[in-house]
Design a protein around this ligand. Structure first.
Ligand SMILES: [Ca+2]
Ligand SMILES: [Ca+2]
Length: 156
């Protein structure tokens, strides 16, 4: 009868341990990077939601304003004027009103704001409510931002 010998390895060699540790470190570094990226995205999305809700509030305010006074009161030099500060985020809001058709005002409300990584979102890079030289990225003569709201108001 043949004797069968089983060979059991007693452990891992140093090279195996080093390779496994190296792989683990690479995977963990990737996961940490992904986590940081996801939390940044989440913060950005939270800030955008706050900005949009403030723009919505401004829109309600304009809509409830005396229709005949909207164009003069919400333009530069009027009261409250064509710019406004936001309360929850360091931001500058700007209002554009297109009154080409006096019975249908097209209101565009735009906010440029400072994200938590200090990056300014929107064309108004110095948050002063004015389109300065070099700020008009798309060359349309107005401040634009990913956080903007365009809507129409008719006389009621
Ligand atoms: Ca500016
Ligand atoms: Ca522009």
């Amino acid at each position: 009868m043949k004797k069968i010998f089983f060979y059991f390895k007693k452990g891992f060699t140093l090279v195996e341990v080093l390779v496994a540790t190296g792989l683990l470190v690479i995977v963990l570094a990737g996961l940490v990077g992904l986590f940081v990226y996801c939390s940044m995205l989440s913060e950005l999305s939270g800030d955008m939601t706050m900005v949009m809700s403030e723009l919505q509030g401004k829109w309600e305010e304009i809509r409830n304003h005396d229709y005949d006074l909207i164009v003069s009161d919400y333009s530069s030099g009027g009261t409250p004027g064509n710019t406004f500060d936001l309360t929850q985020v360091n931001a500058q809001g700007v209002i554009y009103i297109d009154a080409a058709n006096p019975e249908l005002l097209v209101v565009k409300i735009v906010a440029s704001w400072q994200a938590r990584n200090d990056r300014i979102m929107g064309e108004d890079q110095n948050l002063n409510g004015i389109l300065d030289a070099g700020e008009d990225q798309n060359g349309n003569g107005e401040i634009d931002s990913s956080t903007s709201l365009v809507s129409m108001i008719t006389q009621r």
